[in-house]
Structure formats: structure tokens, C-alpha cells
Design a binder for this molecule. Structure first.
Ligand code: FA5
Length: 376
């Protein structure tokens, strides 16, 4: 058995020669400095610090050295590897900082640049008109109430005191989904597309105890032909107040407040006798023409297209809730009275904005809606 080779000189091991270790270190440092991207640095890292890199291979040679030579060679290799790892970390940090700065510039968004976007939509002027009217009443403490568009014939007609033979019940006025029952009814209600918002009155009174103050906006349906002043699908807004001691004076004051809120402080309304089965007495309500304020009447020098020089514009129907309706809806007419009114939103939009043809409102052409702006 041969004894350990005491005279083994690490200098003689090629890879462990000081100048070799220095060369390996310097090559590594030069490769890191030359790496101009994180990918290139990764390649240099594998080449100069990986398991088969010159310094790693030199490190393995140390094991074969005699003990007295190991410390010296180990120190040399360790210092070289330390310098290489330090340079690697520094270059890595440099390249990451460069990348972050570049990304910040490349991905920066100039929020001041004009851009091509799809124009935002806006709600239809009928919707905004309806909400504006409803808001007038909400600000007076009324609640918004809604009912179904497909309605029981009973709510649309019977509860509102329409007799079984009332002409409105006929097919030529009303869209029937089931029925009509009318005079031939065996007690079962037909089903209609509601012809007005007044059935919401009946539903509300059956639903809650007086006092009741509700505003009911909604879509209604009649078998009218589409023309300049009619559409088979249109919108109404209904008001119902039921409380102790309400009179026509309260109705009139409420109507005046509404037109003043919508059209100006100098507006007023007038009532003309009319008939609705569900109100007694009933009236047609007109508002002062908001364009000529009545000054066109009998004044050929100042004709008014909005009111045809009549001074007044017809708005809708109103009246005191018929006691028979109160009774049908479980309200004691001896204790409570109520007033109601209802009118068409399309007609209101027509005269408020000088729209001459109602068909423009239903055709969905943005050239009609655009001038109303982007009101949300
Ligand atoms: C009614 O519908 C009653 N329910 C109103 C009412 C409520 C009276 C509460 C009393 C108490 P009338 O059938 O007159 O009433 O219709 C009211 C409004 O709806 C009309 O003034 C008109 O502005 C509008 N209107 C009626 N038919 C059409 C239609 N085909 N197209 C557009 N608007 C219409």
C-alpha cells in the first residue's frame, strides 16, 4: 500500500493554479458584465456558476489534494467563487432595475390622448321625462308604485267601475291575452295588456291601508294604429292620493304644483267636466300653454303652433276616486276620499319638446334621441 503523497503540490494541479483560478474568475466577471439582458445573464450564470462550470470543476479537484494543500487551494477557489457570485448578484440587480424602468416607460398610458370609443348610450327621452315627472311627486312624499303590464281584466276594468258592457272592454280597444269575459263572464277574470296605469290604483289600495300617496309610471297598450298622435304602446303616469278629507281643491293644487315644477312658476291648470267610470266627479285637465301663456288667444298677430292658439294644452284625465272603487278596494268611503289623475308621457314629450310626430319616438332612430343629450 502506498503512503499519501506528501510532496503533492496543488500548484501542479492545473485547474487550481492561482493564475487559472484568476482567469476563471475574470472570465465569469467579463461574461456577467457583457450580459445585456436577464436571459443572457442566466446563460452566463449557468456557464460560470453551474455544476460543470470551470470553478465548480476546480473545486472538485480540491478533494484530491493532500490535507495540508486543501486549505490554501480551498481559500483561493472560495474567494474566486465569492467574487463571481457577488458580481452576478450586482449585475442581476442592475438588469432588473433597467427592465423595470423600461417597462414603466413602454407600458405607460397617456390618459390625455384622444381615443376612438363607442359613444355611450343614453336613456330614451320618454324614460327621462317619465322619471322627471315621478320625481316631482317623490319630492312631495309620494311613493312610486308599479303593477304588471299583463293585467287581470278585473283590475283593469271591474275594480275601476267599468260596466260589463263598457266599450273599452272590446277587442277593438283592448289587447286581450285571455277573454274577454265582460258581460258573458262566469265570474272568472280575463287577462289583458293593461290599457292604462289606473289598475295600479286598485292594486295599491288593496295592498295598503290609507293614507295612500303613490305615483305610478308605466307602459300601457291599446289597439290604436300608429300615427302622428297615437301609438299602440305608450306610457302613462298616474297619481293616487287617498286620505281623510281630500277634496278637488287638493287635486287642483297638486296639478298646479306639478306643472309649475315642470314648466315654470307662472304655469297653471284648468279642469273641464268629463267622465271616467272610476272617478266622480271627473275632469279633463288642461295646462296653460307654456309657449304663449295664453297670449295667442284672439291675437292673430301672435299665433301659437303649440296650442293652436287655444291658450291651453290638454294633459289627461283626473277626478275624485269614485266611492264604488274605494269600496271595491276595501277602503271605507265614509271615512276616506281620494283623488287621481293620469296622462300620457308621449303627448307631454310632444308639446314640451315640439315633437310633431309620435312615430319618431318609437322608431329607435338615434337622430331623434341625440338632440335630447346624454341625460342619464
Ligand atoms: C285614462 O287612461 C285614464 N286612466 C286617466 C285617468 C287617471 C283619469 C286617473 C282619471 C283618473 P285616457 O284614456 O284619456 O285616460 O288616457 C290618458 C292619456 O293617455 C291621454 O290624455 C293621452 O295623453 C294618452 N293616450 C291615450 N291614448 C294614447 C295613444 N294611443 N298613444 C299615445 N298616448 C295616448
Amino acid at each position: 500500500m502506498s503512503a499519501p503523497n506528501k510532496s503533492y503540490d496543488p500548484v501542479e494541479v492545473e485547474a487550481l493554479k492561482p493564475e487559472e483560478i484568476e482567469r476563471m474568475r475574470d472570465e465569469a466577471l467579463a461574461a456577467f458584465a457583457a450580459a445585456d439582458s436577464l436571459d443572457a445573464l442566466q446563460e452566463a450564470k449557468v456557464a460560470h456558476t453551474g455544476g460543470t462550470s470551470p470553478l465548480a470543476l476546480a473545486n472538485r479537484e480540491i478533494g484530491a489534494l493532500p490535507p495540508h494543500a486543501k486549505a490554501d487551494a480551498g481559500k483561493r477557489v472560495g474567494q474566486a467563487r465569492g467574487a463571481v457570485n457577488k458580481a452576478l448578484g450586482a449585475r442581476q440587480a442592475e438588469l432588473e432595475a433597467e427592465r423595470d424602468a423600461r417597462v414603466l416607460v413602454e407600458e405607460a398610458v397617456d390618459v390625455t390622448l384622444p381615443y376612438d370609443r363607442v359613444p355611450a348610450g343614453a336613456r330614451h327621452p320618454l324614460t327621462t321625462m317619465m322619471e322627471r315627472v315621478a320625481d316631482v311627486f317623490v319630492s312631495m312624499g309620494y311613493e312610486v308604485a308599479e303593477g304588471p303590464e299583463v293585467e287581470a281584466e278585473w283590475f283593469n276594468f271591474d275594480a275601476l267601475n267599468f260596466g260589463p258592457d263598457h266599450p273599452a272592454r272590446q277587442m277593438q280597444d283592448t289587447f286581450f291575452v285571455q277573454g274577454p269575459k265582460g258581460a258573458d263572464s262566469d265570474g272568472e277574470s280575463g287577462v289583458v295588456l293593461r290599457t292604462h296605469t289606473s289598475p295600479v290604483q286598485a292594486r295599491t289600495m288593496l295592498d295598503r291601508e290609507p293614507p295612500v300617496y303613490v305615483v305610478c309610471p308605466g307602459r300601457v297598450f291599446r289597439t290604436d294604429e300608429l300615427d302622428a298622435t297615437h301609438t299602440p304602446v305608450f306610457h302613462q303616469i298616474e297619481l293616487l292620493a287617498v286620505d281623510e278629507g281630500l277634496t278637488m281643491a287638493d287635486l287642483k293644487g297638486t296639478l298646479d304644483h306639478m306643472v309649475q315644477s315642470l314648466f315654470g312658476a307662472d304655469m297653471k291648470t284648468r279642469l273641464r267636466p268629463n267622465y271616467f267610470p272610476f272617478t266622480e266627479p271627473s275632469a279633463e285637465m288642461d295646462m296653460l300653454c307654456y309657449v304663449c301663456k295664453g297670449e295667442s288667444v284672439g291675437n292673430p298677430d301672435r299665433p301659437c303652433r303649440t296650442c293652436s292658439s287655444e291658450g291651453w294644452i290638454e294633459l289627461g284625465g283626473c277626478g275624485m276616486v269614485n266611492p264604488r272603487v274605494l269600496t271595491a278596494c276595501g277602503v271605507d268611503p265614509e271615512k276616506y276620499s281620494g283623488f287621481a289623475f293620469g296622462f300620457g308621457i308621449e303627448r307631454m314629450l310632444m308639446f314640451r319638446h315640439n315633437v310633431e310626430d309620435m312615430r319618431d319616438m318609437v322608431e329607435g332612430d338615434v337622430r331623434f334621441t341625440r338632440p335630447f343629450g346624454m341625460e342619464i
